[in-house]
Ligand binder design. Structure first.
Ligand code: NAI
Length: 479
């Protein structure tokens, strides 16, 4: 079918939810059903109170309000949605494997494979299957094999349509994508399938921004884009370490080099280290692929981006401990921010988790405030790390894991930033939420233990103001 009227999306997470909401809003003639096996998530997507949506993204509640119940539906009926749709997106999670072959490196494709099997099982007519999840190169081949072996003689066309949105600006990114990438087979049927998906996006994306390629190029472009983006962060963070030793200022260096149009000014902000569910996972996946294809030099080159990032998080934690006279045991450390970046409630791979972990190994008392992250998520993140620590990371891999009881007794979560900072020995700023810039820092200073340390892991605080107030302020990459 070239004119699509019914779309299903498997996976109602950070990608499936926002992308499908925007497709539905922009294409009133297409019925979009987003399904998930997680009943709580679907219930939250259907909540009357739009502030309870499972994904926090600026602008998302308005988009959902416009389309939900009209041509946008959230459901747990996976099979029904598959059966009805002409085009099925797979937006399920593809985490790093935590066991077996490729442990700690390769993408775990079990959710993708399950989706393919389920599509093959329930389909009663030909379907276009769209990979929206980020996948290793040549996954489309495996998906096609599964669909064709299980699919009762039906024809399945597999497209790769990786998602380039960034959390925190997802809606804006989806409205005005720099580009939409669609990969497909080069034969006539493949081209027809590509055209069907082009026609969906052409409802709001200018045609010249929709790029079509071969399948393998499309799959590899997503991994490459994330590797390049993460590489910029690790490159500037590497320079930040040198700045701290030499008295140079990393923000000044970034500004100076960023004005070179070949380098560009964006994505050059030094920080405590990148987080998020994608950068590390996708680079490790790329590294794994390079080893698989016997390219160890290429693998090592990209792996270094992740190792530098581990080093940056470790350096930040170590600087806190060193500055606080070589121990944080029993000291109150306030954490401003837990999400991996501002304007999202997503905490996956957040630098805050790793910094907290190192301080907890030194028995610090951590008091967290984040405007969007719930207490249970914070405890779950720390507990998860104890079980699934990457062995080659810089942090406390040699040390004993911290027990659940210790985490519960040492970590306190606050609904108010000022109570989190009251009487603290130090403040560690981990997420660049705008509100942190506008606090009453004079009052914070009065309420803290002296010397009052602030470790600004995002370089967003006013250095002059805080220093004049009497804070002992440590920023990233400022000697
Ligand atoms: P997520 O974990 O937020 O959402 C995935 C959802 O899929 C979960 O709700 C899960 O319950 C559901 N699911 C898993 N197996 C299922 C099945 N068999 N049937 C029905 N539902 C199932 O993950 P997220 O962040 O949305 O990522 C999805 C994919 O998109 C990943 O491959 C990721 O690499 C990629 N991606 C993520 C971006 C991001 O910013 N989060 C950006 C670009 C790509």
């Amino acid at each position: 079918p070239s004119k699509i009227t019914k779309i299903a999306c498997i996976g109602a997470g950070y990608v499936g939810g926002p992308t499908m909401a925007v497709i539905a809003q922009q294409c009133p003639h297409i019925q979009v059903t987003v399904v998930d096996i997680n009943e709580k998530r679907i219930a939250d997507w259907n909540a009357d109170d739009l502030s309870q949506l499972p994904v926090y993204e600026p602008g998302l509640p308005e988009v959902v309000a416009a389309a939900r119940g009209r041509n946008l539906f959230f459901s747990t009926d996976v099979e029904g949605a598959i059966r009805d749709a002409q085009m099925i997106f797979m937006a399920v999670n593809t985490p790093t494997k935590t066991f077996g072959v490729g442990k700690g490196m390769a993408a775990d494709l079990k959710f993708v494979e399950l989706c393919a099997r389920q599509i093959a099982k329930v389909a009663t007519e030909d379907k276009i299957v769209v990979e929206k999840s980020t996948l290793p190169v040549r996954t489309a081949e495996s998906i096609k094999t599964i669909l064709e072996s299980e699919g009762n003689g039906l024809t399945f066309r597999v497209l790769s349509n990786p998602e380039f949105l960034a959390e925190g600006t997802a809606i804006e990114d989806l409205y005005k994508s720099d580009r939409v990438l669609i990969g497909g087979d080069e034969d006539a049927d493949g081209q027809t399938a590509i055209q069907a998906l082009v026609d969906v996006y052409a409802n709001w994306i200018p045609r010249e921004k929709i790029i079509t390629t071969r399948l393998w190029s499309s799959e590899l472009s997503k991994l490459t884009a994330n590797a390049f983006l993460a590489q910029r962060i690790s490159s500037i963070n590497a320079i930040s370490a040198l700045c701290e030793q030499t008295g140079a200022d990393v923000d000044e260096v970034a500004r100076a080099i960023g004005m070179d149009s070949r380098i560009g000014a964006k994505f050059l902000k030094s920080s405590v280290g990148f987080g998020g569910s994608c950068f590390q996972k996708d680079i490790l996946n790329l590294v794994y692929l390079c080893h698989h294809f016997n390219l160890p030099q290429v693998a090592d080159y990209w792996e270094q981006v992740v190792m530098l990032n581990d080093y940056q998080k470790h350096r930040f934690a170590k600087r806190i401990i060193d500055s606080l006279f070589n121990t944080v045991s029993g000291k109150k450390i306030a954490f401003l921010g837990w999400a991996f970046k501002k304007d999202t409630n997503d905490t996956r791979e957040s630098a805050a988790i790793y910094v907290a972990d190192e301080l907890l190994h030194d028995r610090a008392e951590i008091h967290v405030y984040d405007p969007q992250v719930k207490a249970e998520q914070i405890y779950a993140d720390l507990e998860y790390l104890q079980k699934h620590r990457r062995t080659n990371s810089h942090s406390c891999s040699e040390q004993e894991p911290i027990t659940v009881d210790e985490i519960r007794s040492l970590v306190h979560v606050h609904n108010d930033a000022y109570t989190a900072m009251d009487n603290a020995h130090a403040i560690a700023l981990l997420t660049e939420w705008d509100e942190f810039k506008h606090y009453d820092w004079a009052a914070v200073y009065q309420a803290m233990k002296k010397p009052a340390f602030v470790f600004d892991g995002r370089n967003i605080l006013d250095r002059k103001q805080l220093t004049e107030l009497g804070f002992n302020l440590h920023s990233i990459g400022k000697g």
